[in-house]
Write a protein that binds this ligand. Structure first.
Ligand code: FAD
Length: 312
C-alpha cells in the first residue's frame, strides 16, 4: 500500500482537527504518514491516534518565522524519498499556497478544496457557489490534494506511530524576504470558525447587537459567524465573515440569524449538514435552504432557545 503524506496543521504543537480528518481520509487511500514541521516535542501520540504510522519530524525553530516556501521544500524533500501515493493538505489559504508551490516542484497535478476523497483518490469538489459538484482525479505525478475542514468525521484507531526525525535543507531563496511578524490570535474561547461543529451566525437583522447570537453560540460550544452586511457595518471583523468573499464552513449545524440568504452568503455555508434560520420575514430566501426555520424576531427567539437549552 502506498504511503500517504499528511501535512500537520497545528498551533504550537497542538494538532488541529482538520489534520485528524486528513489522517482519516488518508487511511482510505493507503498508509498515512504525518509531516510535522515545528519546534519542540512533536505530537507523535496524538497523530498516531488517528492512524499516522510514521511521523516525519522537522524540528526547526526558524521555519516558524517564515511564510510557506520552506514548508513546500520540506514536503518536496520527503516526497523524493518516500515516493507517496498522495499528499494531503488542509484547505486553508496557507495550505493551498503550499500545495500550489509543491505541485510546481514535483511537476504534479493539484486539486484544491476537495470536500471528499474516495479510496481511489477520486475527489469531490463543490463549485460555482455550491451549485455543482465535480469529481476529479490527478493523473500526473504525485496527487496533491487540499481538503476542506469537516470533509470527514475523524476516526480514532489503535496504533502506535513512529517518529522519524527528518533533516531537511531549506534554501536561502525560500527564507529570504518572507519573515513575518505574527500577531497572537485573540483568544475567544470559541472554536475556530472553519473547524467548528456548530456555527451560529448573525446578519444585518441583529441591528449590530450580537448578544443573543453569542449567548446561543456559547451555550452550544459553537463558533460565531457573520454575514457581509454585518461585517461591512463594522459589527464584526472580516475574520467572522461567512460566504463567497469570506470563509467557507461546513459544520454539522449552521444557525443563521437575521440573514436574508443571498447567494454569496449561501456559497459559504450551504454544505452545512443541518441548517436552521431565524428571520422575521417568512419570505426570506434563506428559508428555501433550511431544514428548520423559525419566523420571528431573533432578539426574542434566541434568548428563549438559550433558556430552553439551559432548562434541559
Ligand atoms: P440583509 O440582506 O439586509 O438581510 C437581513 C435579514 O434580517 C432580512 O432577511 C430581515 O428580514 C432579517 N431581519 C431583520 N431584523 C430581524 C430581526 N430582528 N430578527 C430576525 N430577522 C431579522 N455576503 C455574505 O454574507 N458573505 C459574503 O462572503 C459575501 N460576498 C459577496 C461578494 C460579492 C461580490 C457581492 C456582490 C456580495 C457579497 N455578499 C456577501 C453580500 C450579499 O449579497 C448580501 O448583501 C449579504 O449577504 C446580506 O447580508 P444580510 O443577510 O445580513 O443582510
Amino acid at each position: 500500500m502506498a504511503e500517504i503524506l499528511v501535512l500537520v496543521d497545528h498551533v504550537d504543537g497542538a494538532v488541529r482537527k482538520t489534520t485528524n480528518e486528513l489522517l482519516t481520509i488518508a487511511r482510505r487511500i493507503g498508509e498515512p504518514s504525518a509531516v510535522f514541521i515545528g519546534s519542540g516535542a512533536a505530537p507523535v501520540e496524538a497523530l498516531a491516534k488517528f492512524g499516522a504510522e510514521k511521523v516525519y519530524v522537522v524540528d526547526d525553530a526558524e521555519i516558524k518565522g517564515y511564510l510557506v516556501a520552506p514548508k513546500a521544500e520540506v514536503l518536496q524533500q520527503i516526497a523524493a524519498t518516500a515516493n507517496p501515493g498522495a499528499i494531503l493538505i488542509s484547505s486553508s489559504a496557507e495550505g493551498k499556497e503550499i500545495a500550489a508551490r509543491l505541485a510546481v516542484k514535483l511537476e504534479s497535478g493539484v486539486i484544491t478544496d476537495a470536500v471528499d476523497v474516495d479510496a481511489n483518490g477520486v475527489t469531490t469538489q463543490s463549485v460555482f457557489a455550491g451549485n455543482y459538484t465535480v469529481q476529479a482525479k490527478v493523473t500526473k505525478g504525485t496527487p496533491i490534494i487540499t481538503v476542506k475542514p469537516n470533509a470527514a468525521a475523524p476516526e480514532e484507531v489503535a496504533g502506535a506511530g513512529a517518529a522519524v526525525p527528518t533533516a531537511v535543507t531549506i534554501s536561502d531563496a525560500a527564507k529570504t524576504a518572507t519573515i513575518v511578524a505574527s500577531q497572537p490570535r485573540q483568544a475567544t474561547g470559541r472554536p475556530e470558525l472553519t473547524e467548528a461543529a456548530i456555527v451560529v451566525s448573525g446578519g444585518r437583522g441583529t441591528g449590530g447587537d450580537f448578544t443573543a447570537v453569542e449567548a446561543l453560540a456559547d451555550e452550544l460550544g459553537a463558533a460565531v459567524g457573520a454575514s457581509r452586511a454585518a461585517v461591512d457595518s463594522g459589527w464584526k471583523p472580516h475574520t467572522f465573515q461567512v460566504g463567497q468573499t469570506g470563509k467557507v464552513v461546513s459544520p454539522q449545524l449552521y444557525i443563521a440569524n437575521g440573514i436574508s440568504g443571498a447567494i454569496q452568503h449561501r456559497a459559504g455555508m450551504q454544505t452545512s449538514k443541518t441548517i436552521v434560520a431565524v428571520n422575521k420575514d417568512e419570505e426570506a430566501p434563506m428559508f428555501e435552504l433550511v431544514d428548520f426555520g423559525v419566523v420571528g424576531d431573533l432578539h426574542t427567539v434566541l434568548p428563549a432557545l438559550v433558556a430552553e437549552i439551559k432548562a434541559r
